[in-house]
Structures are given as C-alpha cells and as structure tokens.
Design a protein around this ligand. Structure first.
Ligand SMILES: C[S@@+](CC[C@H](N)C(=O)[O-])C[C@H]1O[C@@H](n2cnc3c(N)ncnc32)[C@H](O)[C@@H]1O
Ligand code: SF4
Length: 452
C-alpha cells in the first residue's frame, strides 16, 4: 500500500548532495492528499467560510475544469474522463455556468485577475462555447469598471487543434495558451498513448506563435518511461529553437492506478530526474530564458499569472468536476477519482443540477496553516514585509531553525528584506518546502491511502 510521508528533516537536507531523493512537485499547500471529508459542523458552515474568504479580498482568480480527454495518457493522475459519443460538452458548459452563479451569489463583484480553463482537455470545446463561457462567467463576477483579466488561458492537447481552431480561440479572448506537448520526440509521445508526428509538434508551436497569443507556453515532462537523456535534450533543443514565451519542465510524478503503474513502471530514479532538471536549466538559461520557478523558464511576455497569484495567497475559485478552490480560510475540491473516473462527474452533475455546490472534501485553513502555506509556496523569493503584513509575524522569527539550516547549507539567502532560494536551493525546492509542513498535515499525509 502506497503511503505519502514528507521526509524532509534537517537530516535529509544534510544529505541532499547524493541526489538520492526527489520530492513530488508541491504546487499547493496542503497537498491534496491531506484533504478529507469535512466534519458535519464544518460542512454546515462551508458556505459561510467561503463567503468570508471571498469577502477578504477584492481580487479573484477563476479556474474552470473540463474533465474530458480523447485518451487517458499513461502517466496521468489528473481528474479526467474518457470522451464518449454521448459526452455533452455544451451541457457541461451550462453546468459550469450554473455553479459559477452559485458562487457569484455568495460574494460582491470583484476584479478578476485571471481566468484559466484547465483539464482534462478544454480545447475539446468549440471556441464559440469557450467565448460564451468566458463572457457569461466574467459577467457574474466582474465589478463595473474593472479591467478584464490580465491572463485568460487555456490548456491545449495538441491532437485537438489546428491553425484555424487556434485562431478562433484567440478570437474568443484567450491570450495565454498552454500546449501540453510533454515531448517533442514522436516515439516518446506514442508511448504515452498519443499519436503525433514530430513535424506536428513543431508546427503547433509555430502556429500558436503565428496566431499572436501574448503568451505561448510549452509543457514538457522529464522522467518519462523510455525517455533517454538524448531524447530529453532533443525535446528541449527543439522547443528552444521555436522560442515560445514560457517553457515548463515537470519531473514525472508517478502515482498508483495510472497506465504507467499497470505497465510496471514506477518512475525514474531521483538521480535521473535531477540530471534532467539540470539539463533543462542549463539549456534554457543559455538560450536566454530566465528561471521563474523550479519548473518554469520564461522570456519577455512569459509566465503563469494564475499560479503566481495563487502562490501569492490570492483567492482562487475552482469551478467544475474535480476542480479545487484555494481560498483564504478553506481549500475545497469537487470530487476526484482515477479508479472510477466517471463517478466524480456524475456526482458533480447531480449536485449542480439540484442547485447545490459540488464540494466533496478539502482542508480548513487555520492562521498557522496559512502562514505555512505562504512560506511553502513563496519561499523561492519571499518578501519578509509582505509576509509580516499577511500573518503578523516575521518568517525568520517564526521558523529560525529551518531558515538557519537553509542558510548554512547554501540553500537560501536572507538579504535585506527578502528570503531567496539559491540556485542549489531551487533544485531541491520540493524537498526543502516539506520542512514547513505542519504536524497535522504530516499526519494526514502519512494516513493517506491511494484508494481513490
Ligand atoms: C494540469 S496539466 C495539463 C493537462 C492537459 N490535459 C495536458 O495534458 O496538457 C499541466 C501539465 O502538467 C504536466 N503533468 C501532468 N501530469 C503529470 C505527471 N504525472 N507528472 C509530471 N507532470 C505532469 C503536463 O506537462 C501537463 O501539460
Ligand atoms: S495528461 Fe492531459 S490529455 Fe492526457 S489524460 Fe491527462 S488530462 Fe488528459
């Protein structure tokens, strides 16, 4: 039985140089494995908790999840279902709008900073439906006179678009496009369960740049089964040649119940992952990209505002089956399953159709957990004054031992008012941040079983 336990302690940090241990990408705190069904009292109080969280800020970020894919990729543990002949995409768009309406009734109008269509494969939607969804949802949340969101993004599976569809998505108001290429090597792509000639991967990036999206982002994964160092180098070289604004390079996360596990592949060795991370960092920075985070490198116009704002502690409201919200006082999730993928979708459909929120589980954030979240997600480059304003304490005064160790091991610097991970610290970021997990979260993680 697989158990998840954060292992970072001062002792493991001392032993980092052997590159024997790799941490999963921590892109939220607490990690979703700490989510549980809410107890009856918290559950009854959820609408209030959400409303007060939303009232806490005039700024809002919206994430809409579209859980349908043509095929389920071998590595995938995201919440999605296989697209069927009976899938009603337009009906699903109406459910999203109905859920958005429930939340909009719970808050004042806001400045909507970002709008992100993720999945699954939102690029399966007709661009006219994308436009209608964007317009109708924004109308529910935006205060009069506020500017349109700076980032309106969509995740695109390469097999679902051609140049004409990209143009239509641009016309629908999308300004950031996230191309889930994963690899530029046709053989590697085929082994993920997808089909795409190498020439198509190149053409897609060119088309996206040609259509004029303000920010074209390419997602790649290292540590794929059958991927070699030279295959990874080819993917990086080919992407760099085309010069998209943003490149994301993710280490493979290996999870139970995925196609990879059924094939008997449990993931690449830590050493391999670190080597490929270093290849990515070297090649991208040599080519003029700046490192934004340990998974993202950018050129002028590049970046990922929604992630930046979520990591900067703004409210992010998630809408759709499987979507997660990260709010001031509570994280919530609209279901999840990869063993019986359709169930979460039917439960969601039933709830929304009956006029109820689709929340299944989550995590109640205390002031202490919020402070930990601000450090876990922000430690790459943390403004001490900002943190103090947010939490009432100075981060170094709050965690003197942890920051002492990080400084001593050349993993972070504390200069003037900022804490910054060093180049070495960025490499080990996903291990370092586990030091700031609370005991309560650690207990939940070690009690988690992958039965979902
Ligand atoms: C939220 S996912 C986007 C899903 C979208 N359907 C796609 O495949 O493009 C964002 C990115 O995370 C990365 N990703 C997804 N599953 C992963 C895994 N198990 N390990 C590492 N990276 C993963 C992929 O690069 C993916 O493009
Ligand atoms: S990786 Fe993306 S395209 Fe593949 S199954 Fe998962 S969500 Fe769908």
């Amino acid at each position: 039985m697989e158990v998840l336990t954060p292992s970072s302690t001062p002792a493991t940090l001392e032993g980092l140089d052997g590159d024997k241990e790799h941490g999963d990408y921590v892109y939220m705190y607490p990690p979703r494995q700490a989510y549980r069904n809410f107890d009856p009292a918290t559950s009854a109080g959820l609408p209030d908790l959400i409303a007060t969280s939303l009232a806490n800020s005039d700024l809002l970020n919206l994430y809409l999840h579209v859980p349908f894919c043509k095929q389920i990729c071998a590595f995938c543990n995201l919440y999605t279902t296989r697209l069927g002949n009976d899938t009603d995409l337009r009906g699903y768009v109406e459910l999203l709008i109905a859920e958005a309406r429930l939340y909009a009734r719970m808050c004042e109008r806001k400045t909507v900073q970002t709008f992100y269509l993720g999945g699954g494969t939102p690029s399966l939607l007709d661009p006219r439906d994308v436009e209608a969804l964007l317009t109708r949802v924004l109308r529910l949340f935006m205060a009069d006179g506020t500017p349109p969101p700076a980032e309106v993004a969509i995740e695109v599976a390469p097999e679902t678009v051609d140049a004409a569809k990209l143009r239509d998505l641009r016309g629908a108001g999308i300004n950031r496009i996230n191309l889930g290429l994963q690899s530029m090597v046709a053989q590697e792509v085929a082994r993920l369960g997808r089909r795409r000639p190498e020439s198509r991967s190149h053409a897609l990036i060119e088309e996206a740049l040609g259509v004029g999206f303000a920010n074209v982002c390419v997602d790649l994964i290292y540590g794929l089964r059958h991927q070699t160092d030279s295959g990874w180098e080819t993917s990086l070289r080919d992407v760099i040649e085309l010069s998209p604004h943003t490149v994301c390079a993710y280490a493979l996360t290996s999870r139970p119940h995925t196609g990879y596990r059924r094939q008997g592949f449990g993931g690449a060795e830590a050493e391999v992952l670190y080597r490929r991370y270093e290849m990515a960092h070297q090649m991208l920075t040599d080519a003029g990209y700046s490192q934004d985070t340990h998974v993202r490198w950018t050129k002028k116009g590049g970046g990922y505002l929604q992630k930046e704002y979520h990591w900067g502690m703004q409210n992010l409201l998630g809408i759709g089956a499987g979507a997660r919200s990260y709010l001031w006082s509570v994280d919530t999730r609209n279901g999840y399953s990869i063993r019986s993928r359709k169930d979460a979708l039917s439960d969601y459909t039933r709830s929304i159709s009956q006029g109820h929120l689709g929340i299944v589980d989550g995590f109640h954030m205390s002031a202490e957990e919020r402070a930990r979240k601000a450090i876990v997600l922000g430690v790459m480059d943390l403004d001490r004054a900002w943190f103090e304003e947010l939490t009432g304490s100075d981060p170094v005064a709050l965690y003197p031992e942890e920051f002492g160790i990080l400084e001593r091991l050349d993993l972070c610097t504390i200069v003037d008012d900022r804490i910054r991970l060093t180049e070495r610290g960025r490499k080990y970021r996903d291990i370092i941040v586990q030091m700031f997990f609370s005991d309560a979260v650690r207990r939940r993680l070690s009690g988690f079983r992958y039965l979902e």
